[in-house]
Design a protein around this ligand. Structure first.
Ligand code: BGC
Length: 737
């Protein structure tokens, strides 16, 4: 009898459950198509609930709909690690003790890896940390093009080339979003300098817009499938970017079919009417402490809050635009906060630490290495390290990307650990830079104060250097105001704090000097001919010191390549010459047009200090056997380009094979050549591998301003394959017909 009863229950339970499920509203059914969920939720919301969901309720969150169980959305910076918690209404620290993260290398370093697998790993790792901290939207990555080395936020971006940035950003976005966390690609668009970012009004040719400044955003949306995008502070043709009709309605949502949410940069909204009509979906940060409006709840006074409600109630606006915004926010919510299938995430795991170190090691660029000065000789007994950046914590500072890390291995610590028991590692100060050690209430706890004069510090450094087998100067910039920091640009191209004098004095005192530059920007190197080695080490995050030690010692063979041009002097940059001005408080026209970075240097025949794509290795590579699958190509066909790369040196290494395309016959001026393909290959000593690329019309096209379309013109094209933009090893060609 009992068995029969149990059998009956077992048979009935599935029916009872499915009856219950049927009663569940569609919007709560994670298996229902997302658009049905969106429409169902929308149909149940009141006007006030719709208004509430399209603006912030705190510094980093927007409300859901409590009555309906629609979740809040929580955002976090981004883009190198998960920002520590701040107070509800303030930038100040909430002083949680469980929010220390792993800091990943800055995005310039990621771009310098030229490695798509690494970009995916970066996205997955940071996405997992965001997920574990219960964040729904990661405010990053940044893909503004490196137009000037003075831009304070270049370290948060992916360099000067639209193709390279596009390739890297797609994988970063996908990695993050696999965790059920939205990437919020920023700062859309034309936010290429900081100081006057709220007022700079950019104008430029459509050709420069489409060919240089938009491709990485487009790739993030179209190929990466980004779920949100951040409208930038600056204006474009007179209107603020986050509610700019052309940028958002026509291009982003129109041409690219973006169906995610457009989020304003914090305090980037300036008009209810424009925000309503021009595609902004979610307003954040207006009156940036959230309270200065003086009302009981400043959030109610946001442009997309009560002012919008009043305009609807008075009949100025209908609810069509509102419903569209709510749809975008709901879609974002269902993809993230209300996605029950997302993974759980992880924080500060060994895998994350390993990822941070691997990214750093792959991104470090060996710029110069005379007489095989590096790696540091195995029999070196005394290594002298000079410079503040050898000890300064670099994860704190720089603006909104500032982090609170569980641990950060400084370059000195990394070297000391690596050489423990093998060589003595001594440190001397060399110069005094920024000793504040605090950002937004996160304090490094380091006391870097030093009252000695520059002469005394140099004398000490020189004396120490004389007794060393190898001297490593570690300096650069440091994320303090005007030294790679949000909200302020650099004011000098040269190194600050008298570092040039220190380097010159060291160069005179030793024959084994390595200069390591920690920065997110190019710097002048008037001493470059006097030193044996130069290494570009970026801001490397938690594992900085370990990565630097492993590269300098030869444990890891460097394989990074520059994602932007290092000019000899600031006037060499197209953005700082001719009619171009800097900084730009008002209207600015980008006279440098499409000739940004190497495109501009090459056009004007200016020799860079270190070219785009440059980066050395401890081994050497030979390029051979270039094959182009056909001498002619139809406009809608494709070509295969292949070659062989051989490691001709004595140790294993990785090489970034770069493919540039030159249009030899064109109705309008084109860059001398443009990057259209790259592959990073790993080769043991003596090993050869074939590398191949596929050329389609995309790689050959330019944006025709007049016709408003991409066009590939028939005629002759040259294919240039090499190890850097100024180190072309093989040439081929074909006719497009
Ligand atoms: C920055 C954004 C950042 C936001 C939130 C703004 O000032 O421009 O990049 O995501 O603040 O911190």
């Amino acid at each position: 009898m009992k068995r029969q009863f149990l059998l009956l229950v077992a048979l009935l339970v599935p029916f009872m459950l499915s009856a219950q499920q049927k009663q569940q509203p569609i919007y709560l059914d994670p298996n229902a198509p997302i658009e049905e969920r969106v429409e169902d939720a929308l149909s149940r919301m009141t006007l006030r609930e719709k208004i509430a969901i399209i603006h912030a309720q705190s510094k980093f969150s927007s409300p859901g709909v409590r009555r309906l169980g629609i979740a809040e959305l929580w955002c976090t910076d981004g883009p190198h690690g998960i920002r520590p918690e701040v107070l509800w209404d303030e930038w100040d620290q909430a002083c949680w003790t469980n929010d220390s993260c792993v800091a990943y290398p800055a995005l310039t370093c990621l771009a310098a890896t030229w490695n798509r697998d690494i970009a995916l790993r970066y996205g997955v790792s940071i996405g997992e940390e965001a997920r574990y901290r219960d964040k729904d939207v990661l405010l990053g990555p940044g893909v503004n093009i490196y137009r000037t080395p003075y831009c304070g936020r270049n370290f948060e971006y992916m360099g000067e080339d639209p193709y390279l940035a596009s390739q890297i950003v797609v994988l970063y976005v996908q990695g993050v979003q696999q965790q059920g966390v939205a990437a919020c690609v920023k700062h859309y668009a034309l936010n290429n300098e900081e100081l006057y970012r709220h007022q700079t009004d950019v104008d430029l040719s459509d050709r420069a817009l489409y060919e240089i400044y938009l491709p990485a955003f487009k790739a993030a949306v179209v190929e990466g499938g980004a779920w949100s995008i951040m409208g930038s502070y600056n204006k474009y043709r007179g209107t603020h970017a986050c509610h700019n009709h052309r940028l958002i309605c026509e291009i982003l949502k129109g041409e690219w079919g973006f169906d995610g949410a457009v989020i304003s940069d914090w305090g980037g909204v300036h008009s209810t009417e424009e925000a309503v009509l021009n595609g902004l979906d979610l307003e954040f940060g207006t009156w940036t402490d959230g309270l200065t409006e003086g009302a009981s709840n400043a959030y109610d006074n946001y442009y997309l809050a009560l002012p919008y409600l009043k305009l609807i109630e008075s009949g100025v606006f209908g609810t069509e635009e509102l419903d569209d915004k709510v749809r975008c926010v709901l879609r974002l919510t269902f993809r993230t906060a209300m996605n029950p299938y997302k993974p759980y995430g992880a924080m500060c795991s060994e895998e994350h630490v390993d990822a941070a170190r691997t990214i750093a090691e792959e991104g470090i660029v060996l710029l110069k290495n005379k007489k095989a000065n590096l790696p540091v000789a195995r029999d070196a007994k005394r290594i002298v390290v000079v410079g503040e950046n050898a000890v300064k914590m670099m994860t704190v500072g720089g603006g909104s990307s500032s982090l609170k890390v569980q641990r950060e291995v400084s370059p000195l610590e990394g070297l000391e650990r690596y050489y423990a028991g093998r060589a003595e590692v001594a440190w001397v100060r060399g110069y005094v830079g920024d000793v504040t050690g605090e950002y937004n209430g996160v304090v490094t706890g380091q006391n870097l104060a030093d009252s000695r004069t520059a002469e005394e510090l140099i004398a000490e450094a020189v004396e120490a250097a004389r007794t060393a087998d190898h001297v490593i100067f570690i300096g650069g910039l440091n994320k303090s105001e005007q030294q790679d920091c949000e909200g302020a640009d650099r004011t000098q191209y040269g190194l600050p704090y008298g570092q040039d004098e220190v380097i010159r004095a060291l160069a005179a005192a030793t024959k084994h000097l390595t200069v390591v530059i920690v920065s997110g920007n190019a710097v002048a190197m008037p001493w470059v001919d006097e030193v044996e080695s130069v290494v570009q080490a970026w801001y490397l995050g938690s594992e900085s010191g370990n990565a630097i030690a492993r590269v300098l010692s030869g444990e890891v063979n460097p394989s990074g390549k520059l994602p932007f041009t290092f000019g000899m002097k600031i006037e060499d940059y197209p953005s700082h010459s001719g009619e171009c001005q800097f900084p730009n408080p008002d209207k600015v026209y980008y006279h440098d047009d499409i000739f940004v970075g190497y495109r501009g240097f090459e056009k004007r025949g200016i020799k860079p200090l270190f070219a785009f794509g440059h980066g050395l290795s401890y081994t050497t590579f030979k390029y051979s056997d270039l094959k182009v699958s056909s001498e002619v190509m139809g406009v809608d066909d494709s070509l295969r380009v292949s070659l062989t790369v051989t490691n001709t040196g004595k140790c294993a290494g990785k090489e970034v094979v770069q493919l540039y395309v030159a249009d030899k016959e064109s109705s309008l001026v084109r860059p001398i050549k443009e990057l259209k393909g790259f592959e990073k290959v790993e080769l043991n000593a003596g090993e050869s591998k074939e590398v191949s690329f596929v050329i389609t019309r995309d790689a050959l096209s330019f944006y025709d301003d007049q016709k408003g379309e991409w066009r590939a013109e028939v005629g002759e094209f040259e294919l240039l394959v090499g190890a850097a933009s100024n180190d072309i090893r093989l040439k081929g060609g074909f006719i497009l017909q």
